[in-house]
Design a protein around this ligand. Structure first.
Ligand SMILES: [Zn+2]
Length: 453
């Protein structure tokens, strides 16, 4: 093992063509913008396999060394001190075409001063929730550079127009400040839970235009789309995915039912506000108990509760709360029947209970809720047959929320989108910056140069 090899190993430089002279590879420290850098020196040289300009294979000393040129690169940090590398790059002369070209390395891209490992590291750091300034400070680059890397990496993660999974999930999240109140659209593969893309505006026309950019043959193959109960999506799906079955996310149906039940609770509560203040208080405090699935309510454990006299169980408390109002009690059991049939995936039962809701006169908004569910009953029965859901998108949306809160530069939707794509999609392409240039690519580069000339 040579000294040069040891130094390379220590600095984690993969390119074997970079040589350190053990006698004087350390130059005096340099200070730039109040940061003191350790400065190292190395030479990049090798025997090229072919001429980069004309593509002729290098035989019988066709390509010869022809001077060198130095550039100052940023490496990462060594023991918390940022390091710069004065790299002397070999210049080559091809005797066949009489042109010169510079030595290439996987350490850094041509005409660039920030080494590839720093770029990859920044890309990985961008996956976690922190400000771009914090990332820049840690590797001694400006926030502007971090932003630029965010952009370029984001671009490489753009979804392709040549693939679309069979099962999709649609959801939305609150967008950036500029479009106040506007919702952005996110869609994913509902089987693997991979994020596919984010679209700034969830307007129907925008979404249709977006999806129609995918070839028709691909769109025909989409089998299911899982959505919440946002009706404009339905037209999008009908127009863009002719064979897709609609699935209403179960969580959203339950949420819909719970909202109606909660509203009724508040109404009952308010009628007792002045006549029975203690009962008002119980209804106000125990909203969670009312929304709890009735088949999960504990009826065996008795304990003391500060709102009640003597020993009570959850079941007893609920029965007490429901006893205030006849309709409240009836709706409570109806909604729980609906939730239960949904949880066990029995859509005929679900429809039966919906039908049953017509037996009685109900408050306007509860009737509306039932009518909405009836309108979607086909899709709801699909959600009982498929196990797909939008649950994973809720988790993703939570992460987006914290990402936005960490702020810094998301007044622009494109930056936020790039950050989201990096955060959820980067893993597949992690090594894109560290990969060395292969011989085939060298030839390919030469061919391109030749065509351009
Ligand atoms: Zn040549």
């Amino acid at each position: 093992m040579t000294y040069s090899h040891i130094i390379r190993k220590t600095l984690n430089i993969k390119d074997k063509n970079i040589h350190f002279d053990p006698e004087h590879y350390i130059l005096p420290d340099e200070t730039l913008n109040k940061i003191t850098y350790k400065v190292l020196e190395a030479t990049l040289t090798y025997t090229p396999k072919a001429c980069e300009k004309c593509g002729t294979v290098n035989q019988n000393h066709l390509v010869i060394k022809n001077g060198r040129k130095s550039s100052l690169l940023k490496l990462g940090t060594v023991m918390f001190q940022p390091v710069r590398l004065r790299l002397w790059k070999q210049r080559f002369l091809c005797k066949a075409c009489n042109q010169t070209f510079m030595a290439k390395t996987s350490l850094v891209q041509p005409h660039c001063f920030i080494s590839n490992p720093i770029k990859s590291h920044i890309a990985l750091e961008l996956q976690t929730i922190q400000s771009m300034k914090a990332i820049g400070d840690r590797v001694a680059v400006s926030p502007h550079t971090v932003m630029r890397i965010l952009k370029t990496v984001g671009e490489t993660l753009e979804p392709t127009r040549h693939a679309l999974p069979e099962h999709l999930s649609f959801d939305e999240f609150k967008s950036v400040k500029e479009a106040a109140g506007a919702m952005s659209f996110i869609f994913s593969n509902s089987q693997t839970h991979d994020v596919i893309d984010i679209i700034e505006n969830r307007q129907q026309s925008r979404l249709i235009a977006y999806f129609q950019r995918y070839p028709y043959t691909l769109r025909k193959q989409v089998r299911t789309v899982t959505i919440d109960m946002y009706s404009p999506y339905i037209a999008v799906i009908e127009q863009c995915f002719p064979n897709a079955k609609l699935i209403i996310d179960r969580f959203h149906i339950v949420q819909h039912l719970n909202r109606a039940l909660n509203r009724l609770r508040i109404e009952v509560m308010n009628t007792h506000r002045y006549s029975r203040p203690t009962d008002y208080h119980k209804l106000k405090k125990q909203w969670k108990l009312i929304l709890k699935n009735s088949w999960k309510v504990d009826f065996e454990t008795f304990y003391t509760h500060r709102l009640y006299d003597g020993l009570v169980s959850q079941k007893i408390m609920i029965n007490y709360l429901l006893s205030f109002d006849e309709q409240f009690k009836w709706v409570y059991s109806l909604i729980n029947d609906l939730k239960y049939s949904l949880s066990v995936g029995k859509s005929t039962q679900f429809n039966h209970h919906l039908e049953r809701s017509k037996d009685r006169q109900l408050k306007r908004y509860i009737r509306t809720t039932m009518q909405t569910l009836e309108k979607y009953s086909g899709s709801i029965s699909n959600s009982c047959t498929y196990t797909l859901s939008n649950g994973h998108l809720e988790g993703i949306n939570n992460k987006i929320k914290t990402m936005k809160r960490s702020g810094y530069g998301y007044r622009n939707f494109r930056n936020l989108r790039a950050r989201i794509l990096i955060s959820f999609k980067l893993t597949e392409k992690q090594d894109q910056f560290i990969r060395p240039v292969t011989f085939e690519e060298e030839r390919e580069l030469a061919r391109q140069n030749q065509n351009a000339a």
